[in-house]
Design a binder for this molecule. Structure first.
Ligand SMILES: Nc1ncnc2c1ncn2[C@@H]1O[C@H](COP(=O)(O)OP(=O)(O)O)[C@@H](O)[C@H]1O
Ligand SMILES: [Mg+2]
Length: 273
């Protein structure tokens, strides 16, 4: 389904965040990407949909190399990939329903998005998705009236509204309490399983990754240093990924925040067009 080949990224600052990452994600697999802050997890998933431009390597989604596409083709191919962020990237002043429908923007002609007129089939589907994520009674609430867990449910429904073939999920529970984190992770993995939808989930919470992921890939300093089943993640493997440092003390980089904000700006701009 997804095949990364020798994917590398060196930022303008000279920092190499990914070194020759080669990885296959088969259809239906839920893969947890773990590693210390700065390991390159966000860079890796952003290189897949080219929110970050890879420096070299291939990103094959089916038989299309996303790394090679021009702008118009890239825009079309990006619809195949749903993205879920730590900070949800909802449009605060819009309703839950409108946020979910904004997942359809790539499919709706400009004049319709200008009038915020979506086809009835899209609206019906959005209701079905809101029902699936447990928010049917909140459809008309403004996004800023929701709790963190509810906001992430909207984020999930919005990503699904675009009918993706692959989900990229960046620290979906990093802003949530432990109980809500488990609920969100359960919902996300159940939905992926129901739909046979493959997902790459960046997650710094190792027990959560072990509980919900089918496969774990460990990144350290831009290189894959572990790839195996959750129960193969021994103390020794964890030390290899995280080193001897106190990895709980490490903070998430600000790349997440920047990408979530850029995504929100794009959506607002698209709605204002
Ligand atoms: N926009 C950027 N410009 C320069 N360096 C960056 C940028 N984004 C991330 N980096 C660097 O790339 C490395 C990997 O970062 P990131 O992918 O955010 O890691 P993670 O998500 O695992 O915390 C870090 O050293 C980080 O400082
Ligand atoms: Mg990150």
């Amino acid at each position: 389904m997804l095949h990364l080949e020798q994917l590398s990224k060196t930022y303008k600052t000279g920092e190499t965040a990914l070194h020759d990452v080669t990885l296959d994600v088969p259809k239906g697999q839920i893969l947890g990407l773990i590693g210390p802050s700065g390991a390159g997890k966000s860079t890796l998933i952003r290189c897949i949909n080219r929110l970050v431009e890879p420096s070299s390597g291939k990103v094959l989604l089916g038989d299309v190399d996303l790394a090679k596409l021009g702008k118009a083709d890239l825009r079309r191919q990006r619809r195949r990939i749903g993205m879920i962020f730590q900070e949800y990237a909802l449009v605060e002043r819009l309703t839950v329903m409108e946020n979910v429908l904004s997942g359809r923007l790539g499919y709706v002609p400009f004049w319709r998005s200008f009038l915020r007129k979506y086809p009835p089939a899209d609206i019906q589907r959005a209701y079905a998705l809101l029902d699936r994520v447990g928010l049917i009674d909140h459809a008309d609430k403004r996004a800023d009236a929701l709790s963190g867990g509810q906001r992430q449910r909207v984020g999930i429904a919005r990503a699904l509204a675009q009918d993706p073939e692959l989900l990229l999920v960046d620290e979906p529970t990093a802003s949530l309490d432990p109980k809500t984190s488990r609920q969100i992770m359960r919902l996300l993995t159940e939905i992926c399983t129901e739909r046979g939808l493959p997902a790459i989930v960046n997650i710094h919470d190792v027990p959560l990754a072990q509980q919900f992921m089918q496969r774990i890939v460990g990144l350290r300093a831009g290189r894959v240093v572990f790839d195996g089943a959750p129960d193969a993640l021994t103390e020794a493997a964890l030390t290899q990924i995280y080193g001897e440092e106190d990895w709980n003390a490490m903070r998430a980089g600000d790349a997440e925040q920047a990408a979530a904000e850029a995504d929100a700006r794009d959506r607002i701009a698209a709605l204002a067009k």
